[in-house]
Design a protein around this ligand. Structure first.
Ligand code: PLP
Length: 399
């Protein structure tokens, strides 16, 4: 066997790693309810027609070439208009690099920032690529506590205590995946102040910036007037374009601290040529076009969130914080550590017995995610009902 580089061995993505077991059972005839991947387009949400039309038109009109590496000028401009209008963030088109989804953005930013032994503060629990890419580039992700009993808001004392001489960056995911937390404005301000005080690079993932239920989302860059922020955002969730792979990195920087980082990320963009050109045209149509679908989507999700949260809390041995943004629940299971040795064992046994596929909490970071599972709340209520009824029967059954 050819040897592979050690760094690849560190890569994990629990959300899809669990699929192998489900597919194996499916091949044997088991019916699976997939609640592991946050892809609304797999359920009863569809990409708006005007966005599909813009893609077809672009292909038919010959936009089939390589795009500029930083992105189409009209898309970079439309992104600035959106950030200003929706998030009150002032950036210029030259501050934007268009990527093939935020996923590529995370990879590019971590590649440019992390040296061997560097530490990156990530929320605990977190979206898994923030763990995998930091490790891949030789760094150490350090999870700061987000407090379940307080709607998974960050614990600022814990965050402060974990800053060391090796800390290079601080990641914020708001609204949060996997917990569904929406950070209070005061909390965002405190995080910004901490980053400013310790001269940390602030990385803010705002992919769910238009999916919240009660209070309004506040962007980190809106608060961070003179603290530099690398923003990550994209089209997958808001515009139901998951499979089209489109996102962006922006540099919000009044101090010039990000100049070199931006130049390096532009180099990374050039070596991978460009993001998909016709999809970028569709991205312009998405940002400029009607947004009726978004309001309908959030209203539908609100009902599913209310249902999921209430139903899960009726199940003995399971408890769940109410998500205020995004489209996930992250319940705690009391008997993990006793009845089931680990949360991965719980998820696997549930899958084997009922066909319901969740993701184990430790896949989102081992300290704060452990003892939980993540479920999407995307399917129609009847599907959620079926899945949670099966969960309840599984919990009630004694071996
Ligand atoms: N960031 C967060 C917090 C996510 O939840 C996801 C997808 O679930 C992504 C990034 C990936 O987004 P994209 O489809 O733009 O790569």
């Amino acid at each position: 066997m050819f040897q592979v580089a050690n760094r690849v061995r560190t890569i994990e993505y629990a959300i899809r790693d669990v699929l192998a077991q489900a597919k194996q059972l499916e091949r044997k005839g088991k019916e699976i309810i997939y609640l592991n991947i946050g892809d609304p387009a797999k359920f009863d949400f569809d990409t708006p027609f005007h966005i599909k039309q813009a893609l077809t038109k672009a292909v038919e009109e010959g936009v089939n070439w390589y795009a500029p590496s930083e992105g189409l000028p009209e898309l970079r401009e439309a992104i600035c208009e959106k950030e200003k209008k929706v998030n009150q963030v002032e950036i210029q088109p030259e501050d934007v690099v268009v990527t093939q989804g935020i996923s590529e953005g995370i990879q590019m930013v971590m590649a440019a920032v992390v040296e061997n032994g560097d530490e990156v503060l990530v929320p605990g629990p977190t979206y898994p690529p923030y763990l995998s890419y930091v490790k891949f580039f030789g760094g150490k992700p350090v999870a700061y506590e987000t407090v379940e009993g307080k709607g998974w808001q960050p614990n600022l004392e814990d965050l402060r205590a974990k800053i060391t001489a090796k800390t290079r960056a601080l990641v914020v995911i708001n609204p949060n995946n996997p917990c569904g937390a929406l950070y209070k404005e005061k909390t965002v301000r405190e995080i910004v102040d901490l980053a400013g005080e310790h001269n940390l690079l602030l990385i803010s993932d705002e992919i769910y910036d238009r999916i919240f239920y009660t209070e309004k989302f506040v962007s980190t860059s809106h608060i961070a007037k003179d603290v530099a922020v690398v923003g990550l955002n994209g089209f997958s969730k808001t515009y139901l374009m998951t499979g089209w792979r489109l996102g962006y990195i922006y540099f919000h920087d009044s101090s010039g601290k990000l100049t070199e980082l931006k130049e390096c990320i532009e180099k990374e963009a050039r070596v991978r040529l460009s993001a998909n050109a016709p999809v970028q045209k569709a991205g312009v149509a998405a940002l400029k076009g009607p947004h009726d679908h978004l309001f309908q989507m959030v209203e539908k999700l609100r009902k599913r969130r209310d249902y999921a949260w209430k139903r899960i809390n009726e199940i003995a041995g399971v408890s769940c914080t109410k998500p205020e943004g995004a489209f996930y629940v992250f319940p705690r299971v009391e008997a993990i550590g006793s009845r089931w040795k680990t949360d991965a064992e719980f998820v696997y046994n549930l899958l084997k017995e009922t066909g319901v596929l969740f993701v184990h909490g430790s896949g989102f970071e081992s300290t704060y995610g452990y003892g939980h599972f993540r479920s999407v709340i995307l399917p129609p209520i009847e599907t959620l009902e079926e899945a949670f009824d099966l969960l309840e029967q599984f919990m009630l059954k004694r071996d």
